[in-house]
Design a protein around this ligand. Structure first.
Ligand code: AGP
Length: 609
């Protein structure tokens, strides 16, 4: 996610802003910038790449003044570049923003029709022109911001400064975090506590749809209707290191809890429930091109490969095109059958995995149309694809992939629906039903996270096992693979995912009272058969940990542990089932004291074959 900082006080703003941005570096970014008002004009510096480049610019051209804003950008709309870096300005108005403006295309068209000239490709620049327009109609900055926000749809943390009213800053929050730091005769704003913890520990977190007007000596908090809000500030007791994790013990746990927001951001601006339509801004496949696809080949590594396995079912169900999935390191060495009739889908969080990139190049060389699902804008895999669908999960710091995985599942569902509609293989009604369920997913996952406390107990009781077996059927087989991968890569306990129906063809020889067997046994169309597999484990004194559907009391008598999930449709079931498995792996590793965020021998992006 992007980083935001703001300062107003008696000290020089630039050093304070820069230090704040440097404390947000862990969030991942690809460009940065500052804007400072020197008493007569606003001066802005922006740079691509690491903060050292901005430091260099500042050394060459110091910014003087006592009020300013700053930003580290993690690109979602528009490539990483100086022109797209924040802050963005229109006349006296300068803004920095974190989040996604869903209706930015419509707003931009209207503003351009009214004579506004845009300089960047970003959705953020909308705010500067819109607020300038409202201010030019005679409104003070706070009211101009408030009125402008009524026209904006999406998720944002926004910080605004005007050279015409240099004694204040205005910040607004809707879904993306914004925090106010209270000092003595000075105030600080930031998208996250680490950026201001060196300056003050007295903070006020903005809630949804709130706006705050900040002056040196104080602040006024209000809602988006302009109604004042009274709320006491809080004292932060975190250490700076804890603060980077938002108070969570590890980035991995933070990212597990970020999944509702990450999924909402990945869906944002891409779903039209009324028309049962999907809008994929960087996928330019025409209906004619979609009609010519006779095979889909999906390719990835690790967790992304598990996502592709789930995606296969989704795409085949929506399009009736045969789909093949392979790990990247195998695909390109088997003289794959790929040609002009093939749609090649590469899935990669980092967009830099060498095996996946090499397989993509092979597919392109054989004439395939290449569509990639990536979480990093302008990454190598994204750049070398004909089309790309970005997951908006924000930077994933923990090596073990969590929010990237669930947003990949959502992205692949969107691709399946888009292809099905393009090919006329999916009715409006069927697409509409699936989309309606998808938009419910963030709420479902939010509720599911409540299982965390129970899972901690299960983890405590299972943490000393030497081996685990994970079993799942149908769409839950890839989730069994993913649950096993999560456990082994962060706890160093051997774990194996298996198709439940395959257990009796070998792994059943492993069953004994020492080995926990995690069985995903939700109330779906394969429940009875999976329950039989569970009973086969039980009959051999295996330790059964079941993922079950709330209300299924029968299964409890057959297990040592049950983790209940709310009833969920087949569409959402894989996304739901993986949450407790992420938490189980996390807590076992945390109890064992391994380096959860940086497990031994592992890299976040494997850029070698
Ligand atoms: C998953 O937790 C691992 N970090 C690893 O398997 C990862 O999924 C794999 O290396 C692929 O990475 P990518 O998605 O960046 O291509």
């Amino acid at each position: 996610m992007c980083g935001i900082v703001g300062y107003i006080g008696a000290r020089e703003a630039a050093p304070i802003l820069f230090e704040g941005l440097s404390r947000l570096e862990y969030r991942g970014y690809d460009s940065a910038g500052l804007a400072v008002f020197d008493g007569s004009a606003t001066h802005t510096l922006r740079s691509v790449g690491k903060l050292d480049n901005l430091r260099q610019r500042l050394a060459e051209r110091p910014l003087k003044g006592h009020v300013g804003i700053g930003h580290t950008r993690w690109a979602t709309h528009g490539r990483p570049s100086e022109v797209n870096a924040h802050p963005h300005a229109a006349g006296p108005i300068t803004v920095v923003h974190n989040g996604i403006v869903e209706n930015h295309l419509a707003l931009r068209a209207g503003l351009e029709a009214r004579g506004h000239v845009f300089k960047s490709e970003t959705d953020t620049e909308i705010f500067s022109h819109l607020i300038r327009e409202k201010a030019s109609e005679g409104r003070a900055l706070p009211e101009a911001v408030r009125v402008a926000l009524n026209e904006v749809r999406g998720s944002y943390a926004l910080l605004v400064f005007s050279a015409d009213e240099p004694d204040l800053l205005v910040a607004a929050k809707n879904a993306s975090p914004m925090v106010l730091g209270l000092g003595e005769g000075e105030m600080f704003l930031a998208s996250d506590v680490p950026a201001l913890i060196a300056q003050t520990r007295e903070v006020l977190f903005l809630h949804e749809e709130e706006l705050v007007v900040v002056r040196r000596e104080g602040y006024t908090l209000m809602d988006f209707d302009g109604q004042p809000i009274q709320r006491a500030s809080k004292r932060i007791t975190w250490t700076p290191a804890q603060a980077e994790k938002g108070g969570y013990r590890h980035f991995m746990l933070k990212e597990i809890y970020e999944q509702p927001r990450a999924i909402a951001d990945t869906l944002s601006g891409r779903v039209s429930l009324e028309r049962g339509e999907v809008r994929l801004e960087d996928v330019h496949l025409s209906a004619a091109e979609a009609a010519r696809i006779n095979r889909v080949v999906m390719c990835a590594c690790g967790t992304a490969w598990h996502a592709a396995l789930v995606g296969r079912r989704l795409i085949e169900a929506a399009t009736r095109i045969p789909v093949e999935v392979d790990v990247a390191s195998e695909l390109r060495y088997r003289d794959p059958i790929i040609d002009e009739g093939t749609l090649f889908i590469a899935v990669s969080q980092s967009g830099e995995t060498a095996d996946t990139l090499a397989a993509l190049r092979e597919a392109r060389a054989r004439g395939a149309r290449v569509l990639s699902v990536c979480n990093v804008i302008e990454s190598s895999i994204a750049r070398e694809s004909h089309d790309v669908l970005y997951t908006h999960a924000g930077p994933e710091i923990g090596v073990a992939s969590t929010k990237a995985f669930t947003t990949q599942l959502v992205a692949l569902q969107l691709i399946a629906l888009h292809l099905g509609r393009l090919r006329g293989a999916l009715s409006d009604e069927a697409a509409g039903e699936i989309l309606a369920e998808l938009t419910h997913l963030p709420t479902l996952i939010e509720a599911l996270l409540a299982v965390d406390e129970h899972v901690q107990g299960v983890a405590r009781r299972a943490m000393h096992a030497r081996d685990f077996l994970y079993l799942g059927r149908g769409p839950q087989f890839p989730i069994a693979l993913e649950g096993a991968l999560k456990l082994k890569e962060i706890s160093y306990i051997h774990a194996e995912g298996y198709a439940a129906g395959e257990m009796k063809h070998g792994p059943i020889a492993l069953i004994d009272e020492e080995m926990p067997v995690v069985v995903i046994c939700l109330k779906d169309d394969q429940y009875d058969k999976t329950l039989s597999n569970l009973q086969e484990v039980r009959a051999r004194d295996g330790r059964v940990i079941a993922l079950a559907t709330e209300g299924d009391t029968e299964i409890a008598a057959l297990c040592d542990e049950v983790i209940y999930l709310p009833p969920v449709s087949e569409t959402l079931a894989p996304c739901a089932a993986v949450i407790p498995l992420q938490l189980l792996a996390y807590h076992i590793a945390d109890f064992k004291g391994t380096d959860v965020d940086q497990p031994r021998n592992l890299a976040k992006s494997v850029t070698v074959e």
